[in-house]
Design a protein around this ligand. Structure first.
Ligand SMILES: NC(=O)c1ccc[n+]([C@@H]2O[C@H](COP(=O)([O-])OP(=O)(O)OC[C@H]3O[C@@H](n4cnc5c(N)ncnc54)[C@H](O)[C@@H]3O)[C@@H](O)[C@H]2O)c1
Length: 313
């Protein structure tokens, strides 16, 4: 089993590190365009093997896709992250060209590969990778909802003084500050509705803090976060390579589900050896349905930019 991670920056390296520590593959190939960068990160990580006790081989390469041949899964993190005050959507001009060429190169050497897209704006980059490569929709998964749901559980756990592991809560819709929808009325604390324990004001605070979770960290750190994004991406990869069929929210191609067509958006899915094994239906309230449709409109506007700029026809 070989897993490739493209982009050896903050999120890519953390993803590779988590994959190696969990021994999800015999080999992780870390690829970056910056000369020597992936090689250096791979060596550094490999030197933790004796301390942490894993056997996964970590290979760093500079833009050499032949080394990725035969990968079961590839994670695409290449591109620029946002700076304080920027939205994820502002990254489209630079990242679209990078994601398109990276996806095409990966497919050349691993025709059966499953792609996990992390680069932002993630929903649009996932749609682009799908359209540019033409691979079956079950083999392209956008990672964003898994992270946003983890951030939602973090906010809930703080307010409830509860263990984050005891919480079940998901975020659907687009992976953007204004497009994501934390579903607080569906969230439970070991099957007890969280809304039974929180005032309306507290619920609003949690939802708002979740939605700006990424922006809050970007402001504090000066660039976008990587520990939770890397852990969330490795969790998605784990469910695929171990065929765990875990339920995550991920950005998948919708053809009528949730009333949407020809778009990638975050919805609950089962992830297993075929990638997206199943898209699960969820009864949304009238308000949630309205917000989901608005989120889709915003993502569709971003997707139109791809068409206007000639990235897809
Ligand atoms: N989906 C999510 O939940 C989520 C979470 C965090 C970050 N992100 C996004 O992930 C991306 C990476 O963030 P980061 O913090 O790791 O950035 P980073 O700058 O630390 O790393 C990006 C890496 O991509 C490399 N790269 C650029 N062009 C490349 C190419 N053509 N081929 C191979 N490598 C190339 C760069 O050299 C760099 O090392 C950003 O777009 C960021 O917005 C998404």
């Amino acid at each position: 089993m070989k897993i490739t991670v493209v982009g050896a920056g903050a999120v890519g390296a953390t993803t590779a590190d988590n994959i190696a520590r969990k021994a999800l593959a015999e080999e992780v190939v870390l690829l970056d365009i910056k000369e020597g960068f992936a090689e250096g990160k791979a060596q550094d990580m490999s030197q933790t093997a004796a301390l942490l006790g894993f056997d996964t081989r970590i290979t760093g390469v500079t833009n050499d896709y032949s080394q990725t041949a035969g990968s079961a899964v590839a994670v695409i993190t290449s591109g620029i992250p946002r700076k304080p005050g920027m939205t994820r959507e502002e990254l489209i001009g630079t990242n679209a060209g990078i994601v398109k060429s990276v996806a095409e190169n990966l497919l050349k050497y691993s025709p059966d590969i499953i792609l996990v897209i992390v680069s932002n704006p993630m929903d649009t980059m996932t749609y682009l990778a799908l359209k540019a490569t033409g691979i079956p929709k079950n083999r392209i998964i956008g990672m964003g909802g898994t992270l946003d749901s983890a951030r939602f559980k973090y906010q809930l756990s703080k307010k409830l003084s509860a263990s984050a592991a005891d919480l079940n809560a998901i975020v659907v819709g687009g992976h953007g500050d204004t497009t994501m929808i934390p579903l607080i009325h569906h969230a439970t604390w070991n099957s007890l509705p969280v809304t039974d324990f929180l005032s309306t004001e507290e619920q609003d605070e949690i939802v708002k803090a979740t939605m700006v979770g990424g922006a809050t960290l970007t402001k504090l750190i000066g660039t976008s976060a990587w520990y939770a994004p890397g852990a969330a991406t490795a969790a998605v990869v784990e469910s695929i390579v171990k065929d765990q069929k875990k339920l995550f929210t991920a950005s998948v191609y919708l053809e009528g589900e949730y009333g949407q067509q020809d778009i990638n958006l975050g919805v609950p899915v089962l992830l297993g050896k075929n990638g997206v094994e199943k898209i699960l239906p969820l009864a949304l309230s009238e308000d949630e349905t309205k917000r989901f449709a608005e989120s889709a409109d915003a993502v569709r506007n971003m997707n139109d930019v791809l068409k206007e700029s000639g990235f897809i026809s």
